[in-house]
Design a protein around this ligand. Structure first.
Ligand code: PMV
Length: 323
């Protein structure tokens, strides 16, 4: 009753920000993402009748503070499988946890995949996507590789709120350069950030209302392999999300000075004709998405910025993998 699964992180090009139902974790908007090849979580789940409670070891440390969220997600798997055994979860990320590199996305996707496999359940990917969504909205997308379309859905029970693959990783190779501008876990998580934005930002309504057009534009750009069109919609979606966060009460500024330096440099490189655009999640790291031929220069330029502590270069990768 043990299995190990690798799930990769993903970044949204059209962002998810805001919940339609907090208890069921149904997003207020859909999202479109790319799965990153070189950033992953490996998770082993072992169900054992001898365990009195669930246990979580993350990166070699017992994480009691994260256990409740993990147990709640395991409960959904147990309920669906009709099993009542406690589990030991041993998980590690090959990148910094909780700093806007989507560790919850790869983490909950790997958890659900490993738990189902440990119980010998071969559920369809769509079911895994729905279960992963309950752990973290962005995790629903990490079940799949390449370009992924997450549907907001309209059912009250969240049964049509799942991700689906749009195009596989090899069909349009892109390189993502992650500029790490700060280490350590962020002070305000995305859930709290969304609640504050929805409750207090005067721009939240505009964010929701303008979102379907961004989804349509991104799908069309991916279908047509139109990099300039994808760049325009992705940067706009990112800045609208951050505008809603910054204008909340109390305000939420996920950026630091180096974040802004990266945006400026990417803008200059773009003006020179390089195929690159930026996106930023609920943290200070900047992801520069490039056509592969632009990646060398973009990487070199970002590395030169004094506030950039490290750079990770990755292509697009596959969905869940059983190890
Ligand atoms: O999956 P969550 O609940 O941590 O939310 C993710 C929110 C963003 O990363 C900021 C945007 C997104 O779509 O991934």
């Amino acid at each position: 009753m043990q299995a190990t699964v690798r799930a990769r992180s993903n970044i949204a090009l059209v962002k998810y920000w805001g919940k339609a139902d907090a208890a069921l974790n149904i997003p207020a908007v859909g999202s479109i993402s790319i799965t990153l090849d070189k950033l992953w979580t490996d998770t082993s789940v072992r169900f054992d009748a001898a365990l009195a409670g669930d246990r979580l070891v993350l990166g070699g440390e017992e994480r009691g503070d994260q256990l409740e969220r993990v147990s709640r997600c395991l409960d959904l798997v147990r309920e669906r499988a009709g099993v009542d055994l406690k589990a030991e979860v041993i998980s590690s990320n090959n990148f910094p946890t909780g700093a806007g590199l989507a560790s919850s996305a790869s983490g909950f996707a790997a958890l659900v995949g490993a738990a189902a496999a440990a119980l010998g359940r071969d559920w369809p990917s769509r079911e895994l996507s729905i279960l992963a969504r309950r752990g973290s909205g962005s995790a629903a997308r990490s079940i799949f590789g390449g370009f992924v379309d997450m549907h907001r859905g309209s059912a009250a029970d969240g049964s049509d709120s799942y991700a689906e693959p749009l195009a596989d990783a090899a069909s349009w190779p892109l390189t993502v350069i992650v500029a790490i501008t700060a280490r350590g876990e962020k002070a305000v998580g995305s859930g709290e950030g969304m609640t504050r934005s929805a409750g207090f930002s005067p721009y939240y309504r505009a964010w929701i209302d303008s979102h379907p057009a961004d989804m349509a534009a991104a799908r069309q750009a991916i279908r047509a392999r139109d990099f300039a069109a994808l760049a325009a919609v992705a940067e706009a979606s990112c800045l609208k999300m951050h505008a809603a966060a910054m204008s909340a009460t109390p305000p939420l500024i996920y950026w630091n000075g180096a974040t802004l330096d990266c945006l400026q440099r990417i803008g200059e490189l773009k003006a020179k004709g390089l195929a690159v655009f930026f996106t930023i999640d609920a943290g200070p790291q900047v992801k520069a998405v490039c056509l592969p031929e632009a990646a060398g220069e973009v990487g070199r330029e970002l590395r030169k910025l004094p506030g950039v502590k490290d750079v990770i270069v990755t292509g697009l990768g596959p969905g869940l993998e059983r190890l």
